[in-house]
Design a binder for this molecule. Structure first.
Ligand SMILES: [Zn+2]
Length: 1009
């Protein structure tokens, strides 16, 4: 499958890593210590099919009969056989598929919607004409177990028959489906699970996570209205149909029609036709039917055998402009991949365009379906990717569910190599930005297209969020499935090829292919093919790079005479490429075997002026700023600093100073002009800074904000990332002075033991020094006060029902307090909608009655109550409700909207419960949400009531988390008597993105693929 496009925003999708026992298990497998399994002789079952199927395009159903011939080549006697009934994955919302889609996309009607649901039924399994006992697995209606009437002994053959009926779902949720009368028929028939040396591999159908099937011979007859054009696995056996397709292929009149012409489906013919397809030695069969297809036909002569392969392309008017040259993409791909991996395994290949609910393209033996392509370049890329699967999926039938890297990773490496051959000068902006002016502005006009997969991977790797490549698909977060399997594995095999050289790499790959063609290879078989063929130990690659998250980071230390001292700062001791450069041209290339610690490396003589490790990015290096040294100069290791307006996609070989002109206003400072300086948002770095100094017109002195953070990412430790930070703020205050705050913080983010719906936790400690707010608001000369905060945050950041728990303690001038805050979202349909609940409880362990606002506030604090000066308040010290901005508050602690703090006083203890929810259904798009708050505290000294119990309910409107107006319509009598009429209770939240939020939300406006 070609992965879907995703955006930079996904980088904020924090996810975590594996447990050590898994790692141990992986090591055992990879080092071949798994003696019991390895000692058993290889075998594979043979499973052949004869299927007769009829498409009912009125009801969108299939009626079929299948006969399965099962040959038991195993040394074991079988008493039952697992069959996959994968259309049942779409049956209801309790299937594994539904659960996975919910986790990724949030709750929804999904398969409760009769249009989206699908199923398989009318099954009646018989062996030798006798009915057999069978049952669906509990909780997995897409798997059944058939009990054999007679034991199936080694080398015995069995014939199982069954009729079946499939309701085809609307093709928007995954791979099987129809859009109108366009049909994508895949994973559609009852099919035995694989039985191999480690036993049965029954598995539910999934979207993220692919397949593992037995090889056999297929004979499939498809009956459907005669004006459908069909693309299918295998070789068409009907001469009349072949002639019809040849005629269609000769007709190129579609070239002059517009994209919208003929998008309606022509009526189906009353006449039916039956098409027969056969193919030996395949493990799946898919077919696609559309009455609107245009057809192109071509052929390729394979480089090794000289055999001719017939190629087909099918598409509709909708994409005809992009698909007009698609035959050349197919032919070129088959040619290149045959040259690199060995000859294409079948007689024909078809690429066709259809709606696809999963990924950008999907592979099946001899055929691929491609979704909507953005442009010809992307189409070439997706087609190439899917054709590369003809080797690493179709012919080499690995267990993709268990080892997705074996098909998707190697396929990605093939795809990238193909694209490099075909478009060697392609720039990143041409694919992702499309506008040269914009590219020039961001200084990425010279960046090669390969920079994108590297940058995507770096964003995750630098946060220490990687997972070992050889995990099962279900162990990866959605983001890591893409970044580890596609990006990193793809880069890894490119690295291995660069190190071994094309011809040696290709011969090892060909050896692997010829040994394991039409079989089920395991990772150790791939490793053995490479090691035997190279006569070389490749543990660094197959065990360390594939089986762990060891990181690659070599550092150039010193250059003396012709000797270069290099230090391995990473954990991966893998080969490194040292190059001598004169300007942009490479004078020499030298591969050095991997090592630990430091090593002196002899350099050849030459006229080069700079030495650089891996200038062309063939090694997955984590840090590249330490990769180079010049032969002369005072600072031979320094890197040029590039100034950049706003921000950009960073080149990991350069340092950046990015600047953003900024305007600001506060009551005391007046208009301010300044600049925000930072060293990049998109690629995480060990040292990150963001400073925003302002020149103020009203108030003398400097105003502004600054933060610098140092991130430490230890390898495989309990702590994933430790961040030490220092931040400072200074702005004007009443009485012609400034308020200041300084914060030194330590954050310890712990590693999660799984990455799918991870439970993350961290502890933090802050030392804060801030101007005494009491003195500031009384316009006295303010002294600095010290505060200490300690806390623990537990968070489950999943899409459905996320929650967090924050426990914290704070001490300051003669007070000590502690609190717990629980947040829980009860999710509704959709990604973000739900009922948010918040419980807050706090108590003063020591109190300072002299400064009341150190105790807990019942209402959201206004600026003049924020003794630590949090938030961005344009009119921080204004008295409520004298001005618009005086209504600004930050919702925390008691969480009441109605302003009661000043009159009521602050609480020694309080407990509160808050609710806010999006409106149900389509109304959730209206920017209005109801809210309700309940609060109990230690004193209710209101004028009309002494009740310690408060409540309010109302509506809020605005842009969520940025600017919101709160209107408490209904309030308890004690609130009404304190806060007054409704207009005196309306308040607002204005939350300028903090440094971190800016970082996480900085959409670059470009699509990551
Ligand atoms: Zn793929």
């Amino acid at each position: 499958m070609q992965k879907n496009c995703f955006t930079v925003n996904n980088l904020s999708n924090l996810s975590r890593s594996r447990t050590s026992w898994q790692l141990l298990f992986i090591c055992l497998i990879l080092t071949g210590l798994n003696y019991t399994a390895a000692s058993q002789e290889y075998f594979q079952q043979k499973v052949s099919f004869r299927i007769d199927v009829t498409l009912d395009d009125q009801r969108n159903t299939l009626n079929a009969f299948e006969m399965v011939e099962y040959i038991n080549n195993s040394p074991d006697t079988l008493h039952f056989i697992y069959f996959h009934l994968w259309p049942n994955g779409y049956k209801n919302n309790n299937t594994e598929l539904a659960k996975q889609l919910f986790r990724a996309e949030g709750k929804g009607k999904l398969y409760n919607d009769p249009e989206l649901s699908g199923y398989i039924d009318s099954l009646d399994f018989k062996i030798d004409g006798h009915q057999v006992q069978w049952n669906l697995l509990p909780g997995q209606p897409d798997i059944c177990r058939i009990w054999l009437t007679k034991d199936l002994k080694p080398h015995d053959t069995l014939k199982i028959t069954t009729p079946f009926h499939v309701k085809i779902p609307k093709g928007v949720t995954s791979r099987l489906g129809h859009i109108g009368e366009s049909y994508q028929i895949s994973q559609w028939f009852p099919k035995p699970a694989v039985y191999d040396k480690s036993g049965w591999h029954q598995m539910s159908y999934l979207d993220q996570g692919e397949f593992y099937s037995e090889f056999g011979d297929f004979d499939v007859r498809i009956t459907l209205p005669s004006n459908y054009i069909v693309g299918a696995t295998g070789n068409l056996q009907n001469e009349m149909e072949s002639e019809m397709l040849n005629k269609l292929a000769a007709d190129t009149s579609w070239n002059s029609t517009s994209a919208t012409a003929g998008s309606d489906f022509p009526p189906s013919s009353m006449q039916m036709k039956t098409l027969r397809y056969t193919q030996n030695n395949i493990h799946d069969f898919a077919w696609f039917a559309d009455k609107r297809f245009h057809v192109l036909k071509g052929k390729v002569k394979l480089p090794d055998s000289g055999r001719e392969v017939t190629t087909w392309v099918m598409f509709t008017n909708q994409q005809s402009g992009i698909w007009k040259d698609a035959l050349s993409y197919v032919n070129n791909s088959i040619m290149y991949f045959s040259k690199w991996n060995g000859d294409y395994p079948y007689q024909s290949f078809t690429a066709l365009q259809s709606a696809l609910g999963a990924g950008d393209g999907m592979e099946y033996p001899g055929i691929t379906v491609i979704g909507m392509a953005k442009n010809a370049y992307r189409l070439d890329e997706v087609i190439a990717h899917e054709i590369a699967h003809s080797w690493h999926y179709s012919a080499l039938g690995s267990d993709e569910r268990r080892y997705p890297f074996m098909d998707e990773g190697i396929t990605s490496a093939n795809e990238v190599r193909y694209m490099n051959e075909r478009y060697p000068l392609k720039k990143l902006w041409e694919v992702y930005l499309d506008q040269r002016k914009l590219a020039k502005f961001f200084h990425i006009d010279k960046m090669p297209v390969r920079q994108m997969p590297e940058s995507e991977w770096l964003a995750q790797a630098r946060q220490n969020l990687e997972q070992p490549i050889n995990l099962a698909s279900s162990d990866f977060s959605i983001l890591n499935y893409s970044l580890m399997i596609y990006n990193k594995t793809g880069m890894g095999f490119q690295y291995l090829r660069a190190y071994l050289g094309d011809s040696r790499y290709d011969s090892a790959m060909k050896d692997y292919y010829s040994r394991w063609k039409f079989k089920h290879p395991q990772p150790e078989d791939l490793c053995a093919s490479f090691e035997t063929s190279m006569g070389k130990n490749l543990t660094w690659f197959f065990s360390d790079f594939i089986g762990t998250t060891k990181r690659l980071d070599y550092e150039v230390v010193r250059l003396e005479n012709q000797q270069l001292l290099v230090k391995n700062k990473g954990e991966l001791a893998s080969p490194l490429l040292i190059c001598g450069l004169a300007g942009d041209s490479i004078c020499f290339k030298k591969w050095v075997e991997g090592f630990e610690g430091e090593k002196w490396i002899e350099l050849p003589q030459g006229t080069y002026t700079e030495i650089k490790i891996d200038p062309n990015h063939v090694m997955p290096e984590l840090f590249r700023l330490n990769n180079n040294i010049r032969k002369t100069g005072i600072f031979p290791k320094s890197d040029p600093i590039r100034a950049q307006l706003y921000f950009t996609l960073e080149d990991p070989e350069k340092r950046y100073l990015m600047y953003i002109p900024a305007l600001n206003w506060t009551r005391e400072n007046g208009l301010m002009v300044g600049v925000a300086l930072h060293n990049g948002f998109l690629t995480p770095k060990p040292i990150e800074y963001f400073v925003m100094p302002f020149f103020t017109f009203n108030n003398s002195g400097l105003a502004g904000f600054g933060k610098i953070a140092y991130n430490i990412t230890p390898f495989e430790k309990t702590i994933r990332m430790a961040t030490i930070s220092l931040e400072g703020t200074q702005f004007g205050a009443p009485g012609n002075q400034n308020y200041q705050s300084l914060k030194a913080g330590l954050n310890l983010n712990f590693r999660s033991n799984k990455m799918v719906d991870p439970l993350t936790h961290k502890v933090f400690g802050n030392y804060i020094a801030a101007s005494d707010l009491f003195q500031i608001v009384h316009m006295e000369k303010a002294l600095m006060r010290s505060y200490l905060q300690l806390g623990y945050l537990l968070e489950k950041s999943c899409i459905i029902n996320p929650f967090s728990m924050l426990a914290s303690a704070e001490s300051g001038p003669s007070y000590l307090k502690t609190s717990v805050e629980l947040n829980y979202k009860l999710s509704y349909y959709g990604k973000k909608n739900g009922l948010d609940m918040r419980l807050f409880a706090g108590t003063m362990l020591r109190n300072n009655p002299g400064v009341p606002f150190y105790a807990f506030s019942a209402s959201g604090r206004s600026g003049r109550e924020q003794y630590l000066y949090q938030g961005t308040y344009p009119d921080r010290f204004s008295i409520f409700p004298t001005s618009f901005w005086s209504r600004q508050m930050t919702l925390s602690e008691g969480g009441l909207v109605s302003p009661v703090n000043e009159t009521l006083g602050y609480s020694r203890w309080l407990i509160s419960l808050s609710f806010t929810g999006s409106l149900p259904g389509k109304m959730s798009r209206i920017p209005v949400k109801p809210f309700a708050n309940i609060l109990l505290n230690d004193h209710g000294q209101a004028t009309s009531s002494d009740s310690p119990f408060f409540y309010e309910a109302g509506l809020k409107a605005g842009l969520w988390n940025f600017f919101e107006i709160y209107i408490p319509l209904v309030v308890s009598t004690n609130i009404a008597s304190i806060a007054g009429p409704l207009k005196e209770r309306i308040r607002l939240v204005f939350n300028l993105n903090s440094f971190n939020q800016v970082k996480l939300n900085s959409g670059f406006g470009i699509q990551f693929r």
